[in-house]
Design a protein around this ligand. Structure first.
Ligand code: FPP
Length: 246
């Protein structure tokens, strides 16, 4: 039963662990501004939260973790901030890939990677290759990702098949659509977490989050560490998921 009630915060005490967790890592800028630091320092500090949350998610037995690292809308930020954000995946993977590999983590990416700078694309593609045979947590970086963009691409692909006569419109099912999503074979999200007090989906995993449970916390992403993540998992344990039934 609900052994987590004993407040031990041990990762093995949860009854129900969401298979696919998706996180909107919000509040980096505010974290930095509160300290009189440039916004980019918040993103740097946020990398430490990524490191910790990945480790805990893996310990818990979460199967997939999708992190919203850069949205299709984030290009409108000041050039200096965009260029800093683009360097972070390479920096993170350079410092952490060995450790991720040792933890049996499989790195993946969802998003329009062709528009990313060469060094960012190279770093994530290399990490994908290096960890492709790992069987632990699937760590999906949503990079230049937008849910509407993703669905437009799916429709374009299916539309082309219909036009070519290889697909009948009647044969389009949820499964046909899911096969074309950027998250690959990892589809349904069980648990969406958004930090920093904002309560929006912001174009994240629109299809995949159809039946997700949502968790909003005021904690800013750079401060979202082990205990904050376990508190979210505790909350998930109290939810009753009905998937439209009774
Ligand atoms: C939102 O906070 C955060 C982002 C747009 C970027 C998130 C990126 C990271 C945490 C680092 C990515 C690292 C890797 C390894 C991929 P915000 O800047 O909108 O904060 P604010 O709402 O307080 O301004």
């Amino acid at each position: 039963m609900f052994q987590w009630l004993n407040q031990t915060k041990e990762t093995e005490t949860y009854d129900r662990v969401p298979e696919h967790v998706a996180i909107i890592m919000d509040g980096n800028g505010r974290w930095a501004q509160k300290r009189g630091l440039p916004r980019i320092m918040g993103h740097r500090e946020g990398m430490k939260s990524i490191r910790e949350v990945v480790r805990v998610a893996n310990e818990l037995g979460v199967k997939s973790l999708t992190l919203y690292a850069f949205s299709t809308e984030n290009w409108t930020r000041p050039e200096e901030e965009v260029s800093f954000l683009m360097k972070l995946p390479a920096q993170f993977l350079e410092s952490d890939l060995k450790e991720l590999d040792a933890q049996n983590v499989k790195v993946e990416v969802a998003g329009e990677v062709s528009r990313l700078p060469h060094f960012t694309r190279e770093a994530v593609e290399q990490a994908k290759l290096d960890t492709q045979h790992n069987t632990g947590l699937r760590l999906i970086f949503a990079l230049n990702y937008g849910g509407r963009d993703e669905l437009v691409q799916v429709m374009q692909k299916l539309g082309a098949q219909v036009q070519a006569g290889t697909l009948s419109p009647d044969a389009i099912t949820p499964e046909t659509i899911e096969r074309e999503l950027m998250t690959g074979s990892v589809t349904d999200v069980d648990f969406v977490i958004r930090t920093s007090g904002e309560q929006r989906l912001s174009n994240f995993l629109l299809w995949q989050a159809a039946y997700a449970e949502f968790y909003f916390t005021d904690v800013l992403w750079p401060e979202f560490r082990r205990d904050a993540f376990l508190a979210a998992i505790e909350d998930y344990n109290q939810r009753t998921r009905r998937f439209g039934g009774v």
